[in-house]
Design a protein around this ligand. Structure first.
Ligand SMILES: [Zn+2]
Length: 91
């Protein structure tokens, strides 16, 4: 999830990185959405754009997931490329 978001933001030209990737579970009973700040922007000025992208992305997640033909990975409906191997989404 965190890596998908990082890849999504980078693909839109927003510089960011994953922080505390090994600290999962230490955040208590937050919802998955509340945990996404584990993806950190390198500059706060990107925040409004990043929020918009993530909102769009979450809306797109309402669609159905798809499975990569190359590696079999499950990908969210909002992704055009497999997050694991970069293969294109099948039609
Ligand atoms: Zn794949």
């Amino acid at each position: 999830m965190v890596w998908q978001i990082r890849d999504l933001l980078i693909s839109r030209g927003i510089p960011c990185f994953v922080k505390n990737e090994y600290a999962i579970g230490a955040m208590g009973d937050l919802s998955p959405f509340d945990c996404w700040p584990e993806v950190w922007l390198t500059d706060d000025e990107w925040m409004p754009k990043a929020r918009q992208i993530l909102e769009d992305w979450q809306n797109q997640q309402q669609g159905s997931a798809w499975y990569c033909r190359q590696c079999g990975e499950e990908n969210g409906a909002g992704f055009e490329l497999c997050w694991q191997c970069d293969s294109e989404r099948p039609d």
